[in-house]
Design a protein around this ligand. Structure first.
Ligand code: BES
Ligand code: MN
Ligand code: ZN
Length: 493
């Protein structure tokens, strides 16, 4: 998608998207166009009962008196209250309205004053995010259903400022797209080694990328992670990515992703319905990789280390059995009662390694960890678990700002108890009730005293069959904007 910013000048031909304020208020260029068309815009708004309500659209095809193919009126609601998030959503609605055109001019003449540049930049970001398609494996697609929009000219009174602000917005989209690409790929294409190879591309963005294979992890004593991957033909990998944009003396923030490239359940095999969904059981890792790209491309003034535990959970003659006992890098032993509760086994070793090696100021993990979190929140919130009220509050606030919402769930000794094992330090499942919480309790057992930690259970929000406001059906990229905002709000100010 080619996006440009320019001053307001309604083109003579093609598609025009016109922002309309609450109360069907047109800006000066819109009013002029209304005149040219002999009042077609105002008549159409009346006839359709279109009042400029936010995200409502009204399309006027081949308006008389012009050579335009269409004018799409997009309600922006109360102009003053449009913030970055509202603007992003508007951009997505605008994309949908003109997806069938090759190019379009977006006329933002109802916005003026201080926020015009910001609104224009974020509208562009919404257009961009909604334009993403993962179509590389489609050899046939009906041309009517295929979006054709290739270039969008955003017209605003604050073009220079919009263009400047758009640099960061584009960096965010780059990260989201990288995450969506990885999450969308089929599991025969993306497996631990190929995932790590893709992440190596981040070196071009200025990120230091390191990959540890099974021999190195064995030396480190990562029996918990390695146990999950031992039934797979694919070698497990630990991916370590560093962005050092902050002061040398500052301890890094560690972001850890669950990268189960395919989760069959292992010997505790899943049932066929929906098993294919488990190709996106590496979404946490995909989001970490996407986030690293965003931080690097906008040259964030922060030190962040991203770590991904990459494995494939397969049943096989060598696979781990329910009942096996493994020793984690922390030294704690785990009775693996259910091989399908594998994400926590992977995270246990990766969060431990992150703390040992990097002494991070805080650690946040992202994981498609439990089906139970979907039962709790459906696709509306990700679950948040933390040992630190302040960290939890900051993450929740960042999520609110970007519209990737988090809701905190409780933790406590009464849940932790469920992990008692008869023969090892713990088992990897609880009673089966409150399953998202016992999973979080399990990870917490690998967090050292005094280290602020948060766990985001993103199983319900990373893939959406119907599509979301900002994404087509499939991978959403949830988490990239959230963590980018969290970094910007708390580490760069
Ligand atoms: N990857 C799954 C969780 C999941 C389920 C993510 C559905 C996305 C959609 C995870 O590894 C898993 O299998 N969890 C089990 C845990 C149980 C065995 C304690 C679950 O949630 O059923
Ligand atoms: Mn599983
Ligand atoms: Zn899983």
């Amino acid at each position: 998608m080619n996006i440009t910013f320019s001053k307001i000048a309604i083109p003579a031909q093609g598609a025009v998207v016109l922002a309309v304020g609450e109360g069907a208020r047109l800006g000066p260029a819109g009013a002029a166009l209304d005149k040219t068309t002999g009042g077609a815009l105002t008549r159409a708004m009346k006839a359709a009962n279109f009042n400029g309500k936010r995200e409502k659209t009204l399309t006027i095809v081949v308006p008389g008196g012009t050579k335009l193919s269409r004018v799409v009126l997009v309600g922006v609601g109360e102009v003053k209250s449009v913030d970055g998030m509202a603007a992003e959503r508007l951009g997505a609605a605008m994309f949908d309205a003109v997806a069938a055109d090759a190019s379009a001019a977006v006329v933002l003449d109802v916005f003026d004053g201080v926020k015009a540049g910001l609104v224009a930049a974020y509208i562009a970001g919404g257009v961009l995010q909604k334009s993403y398609r993962f179509a590389k494996y489609r050899t046939k697609e009906e041309s009517e259903s295929k979006p054709k929009l290739k270039s969008v000219a955003i017209q605003t009174g604050a073009a220079a400022e919009a263009k400047r602000l758009f640099a960061d917005v584009a960096a965010i989209a780059d990260g989201i797209f990288f995450a969506r690409d990885l999450i969308s790929e089929p599991p025969n294409v993306i497996y631990p080694e190929s995932f790590a190879a893709r992440a190596k591309e981040l070196a071009k963005d200025g990120i230091k990328v390191e990959i540890l294979g099974e021999a190195a992890m064995k030396k480190l004593g990562m029996g918990s992670l390695l146990g999950v991957g031992q039934g797979s033909e694919r070698e497990s990998q630990l991916l370590v990515m560093r962005w050092d944009g902050g002061a040398k003396s500052h301890a890094p923030l560690a972001i850890v992703g669950k990268g189960v490239c395919f989760d069959t359940g292992g010997i505790s095999l899943k049932t066929p319905p929906g098993m294919w969904d488990m190709k996106w059981d590496m979404a946490g890792a995909g989001v970490v990789v996407g986030l690293m790209r965003t931080l690097a491309r906008r040259k964030a003034r922060v030190n962040v280390v991203g770590l991904c535990g990459l494995v494939e959970n397969m049943p096989d003659g060598r696979a781990q059995r329910p009942g096996d006992v493994v020793t984690s890098m922390s030294g704690q032993t785990i009775e693996v009662q259910n091989t399908d509760a594998e994400g926590r086994l992977v995270l246990a070793d990766v969060v431990w390694y992150a703390q040992q090696r990097f002494k991070p100021s805080a650690i946040v993990d992202l994981a498609t960890l439990t089906g139970a979190i979907i039962a709790t929140f459906n696709d509306h919130y990700a679950g948040l678990f933390s040992n630190d009220d302040d960290l939890a509050q900051r993450l929740t606030a960042a999520g609110k700002t970007v519209g990737e919402r988090l809701w905190r769930l409780p933790m406590g000794e009464e849940y932790d108890r469920e992990l008692k094992s008869l023969i090892a330090d713990m088992k990897n499942i609880g009673s089966g009730k409150g399953g998202s919480i016992t999973a979080a309790q399990f990870i917490q057992r690998f967090i050292q005293k005094g280290v602020p930690w948060a766990h985001l259970d993103i199983a319900g929000v990373v893939w959406n069959e119907k599509g979301t406001v900002l994404s087509a059906p499939g991978a959403t990229g949830y988490g990239v904007r959230l963590l980018n905002q969290f970094v910007a709000d708390n580490y760069e100010k």
